[in-house]
Design a protein around this ligand. Structure first.
Ligand code: AP5
Ligand code: MG
Length: 213
């Protein structure tokens, strides 16, 4: 199955894409995670991406498209994938469409997770991420068992640089601007599946599964 997970910062794309990855047996591909890994490794691409990501702005289309094209060519994507945070602009969506059309393997669905802005701010400002395995926690909503340590692998939890209040505001404003044309693009294809993203993680997952049935 080939699925795109769309939604504002903090909507739960990563949380839900990881659950879907386990349920469907196809990889989660998060452009945000790939770009953060490139920064961590100190690659030229990572250094170029840092100033955009640190400010909460979008990385240029050609950089992100190149990363995704390379990733989708890997063997583990042959049976499908869950794209998390890509596409984010209409040019990215057009390129993805052309790429998949050339392979005769079009998207099956585009899940748009919807969450009110006040809840997004609450989720982002308390989020903690594991440096090693990427598992997500929240200071109040989903605290780790031992402070500052991942329940799954024991590594250190950190706060993302772009989860500071001023950066959150930039990201939400950018999302509001970029998403209307992208949603219109996918609505026209008949692939768009809007899903309310409030309630527990499992509530949301149940709705997403139902939207894909
Ligand atoms: P990216 O990493 O994709 O960030 P984002 O879109 O801002 O989304 P987030 O990862 O912040 O949120 P999420 O929806 O995954 O929520 P999560 O599951 O973590 O991108 C980062 C940056 O990279 C961009 O700003 C840009 O610079 C660049 N970039 C990436 N892709 C790009 C592209 N295609 N083009 C250009 N630039 C690109 O959940 C959030 C919190 O809520 C967690 O603490 C979680 O535990 C909690 N939570 C989740 N679900 C629930 C629930 N049901 N109830 C309560 N709490 C919940
Ligand atoms: Mg994410």
């Amino acid at each position: 199955m080939r699925v795109v997970m769309m939604g504002p910062p903090g909507a739960g794309k990563g949380t839900q894409a990881r659950l879907l990855q386990d349920a469907l047996g196809v990889p989660q591909i998060s452009t945000g995670d790939m770009l953060r890994e490139a920064q961590h490794n100190g690659s030229t691409l990572g250094q170029a991406a840092r100033r955009y990501m640190g400010a909460g702005e979008l990385v240029p289309d050609e950089v992100v498209i190149g990363l995704v094209e390379e990733r989708l060519a890997a063997a583990d994507c042959a049976k499908g994938f869950i794209l998390d945070g890509f596409p984010r602009t209409v040019p990215q969506a057009r390129t993805l469409h052309d790429l998949l059309a050339a392979r005769q393997s079009p998207l099956n669905a585009v899940v748009a997770v919807e969450v009110p802005e006040s809840e997004l701010i609450r989720r982002l400002s308390g989020r903690l991420v594991c440096r090693l395995c990427g598992a997500m926690f929240h200071r109040e909503l989903n605290p780790p068992m031992a402070a500052g340590r991942c329940d799954r692998c024991g590594d250190e939890l950190y706060q993302r640089e772009d989860d500071q209040a001023d950066r959150i505001a930039v990201r939400l404003a950018l999302y509001a601007r970029e998403m209307a044309p992208l949603e219109a693009f996918y609505r026209a294809t008949g692939l768009l599946r809007p899903v309310p993203g409030t309630g527990t993680r499992d509530d949301v997952f149940g709705r997403i599964r139902a939207s894909l049935a």
